[in-house]
Write a protein that binds this ligand. Structure first.
Ligand SMILES: C[S@@+](CC[C@H](N)C(=O)[O-])C[C@H]1O[C@@H](n2cnc3c(N)ncnc32)[C@H](O)[C@@H]1O
Length: 264
């Protein structure tokens, strides 16, 4: 079975829509408490490392660690900022040597199962007064993810793709509130729906190639013709649902869930 988080990440493809992907991380950073003066910061699922590097510049007195399971992503991160402690590892198995003052996780935790145990465990890894800051895409609620699931289930590729492990839908927002509130004095949960203005041909397909499509393409890697046929079918469905406007822009609505919680 293809594990969705482990399917190969391609930093170049991921970076194609860097401004749009960064937007939510920056919105999350803006909600960190002003009086937070962290000594130990962890960016979990740090990817190409921009946010860990930004956090290091913002909190000069802190030791900043970036954890990711992808060697390709970490190679990119290391080239960006040598002063961050880049660590290859799995968030599921992660426990810090010292409690963290800030755990930042942008667009990574939705790849992990069992949030009922994950979120309390992350809160437990914080110092008193420490902050957990999370952003997760609400992909399951989107039209482009529905088209991906539909297309994957119809056609000659369907038997191969039936084995691809889907990322589970997120819990109800109120459940994240409850899970964090157990150990936190303040919990702020909100969602924002972005309307990403993408440019270029097959923009939504290209967007998905950087993230949600990866486990599917990994599963089809041994059959390039079948993989190409699947991508063509998905590309057609996406173009019908998200036509390019006369100005060359393709609008992609994308809701995301945020949580900022402070340990008591
Ligand atoms: C969509 S990228 C987000 C990267 C970065 N946080 C950002 O906002 O640009 C998701 C990242 O999470 C990492 N990831 C997914 N599951 C993981 C796990 N279980 N342990 C560690 N990293 C994981 C992937 O390797 C990938 O780099």
């Amino acid at each position: 079975m293809t594990d969705p988080a482990r399917a190969q990440w391609n930093p170049d493809q991921y970076a194609r829509f860097e401004a749009e992907r960064d937007r939510a991380a920056l919105d999350l950073m803006l909600r960190l408490p002003d009086d937070l003066d962290p000594r130990e910061i962890w960016d979990l699922g740090c990817g190409p490392g921009h946010h860990a590097a930004l956090l290091r510049r913002r909190h000069r007195g802190a030791v900043v660690h970036g954890l990711d399971s992808s060697a390709a992503m970490l190679e990119r991160a290391r080239a960006l900022d040598a002063a961050v402690d880049w660590v290859q590892g799995d968030i599921s198995a992660w426990t810090p040597d010292r409690p963290a003052d800030l755990i930042f996780a942008n667009a990574s935790l939705h790849w992990l199962p069992d949030h009922e145990t994950l979120f309390p465990r992350l809160v437990q890894a914080l110092t008193p007064g420490g902050v957990l800051a999370v952003q997760m895409p609400l992909g399951h609620a989107t039209r482009h993810h529905a088209l991906l699931r539909e297309t994957a289930g119809q056609g000659p590729w369907a038997p191969v793709l039936s084995d691809v492990e889907r990322t589970p839908p997120l819990l109800d927002p109120a459940r994240y509130y409850d899970l964090a509130a157990e150990g936190c004095e303040t919990v702020d949960v909100w969602s924002t729906a972005y309307l990403h203005a993408l440019t270029g041909e097959d923009a939504v397909l290209e967007w998905m190639r950087g993230t949600a499509l990866r486990p599917y393409l990994t599963a089809l890697a041994d059959d390039p013709a079948l993989s190409a046929a699947f991508e063509d079918a998905l590309g057609d469905a996406l173009t019908r649902a998200f036509p390019m406007r006369p100005d060359g822009v393709t609008l992609l609505p994308f809701p995301r869930l945020f949580l900022v919680a402070r340990r008591r």
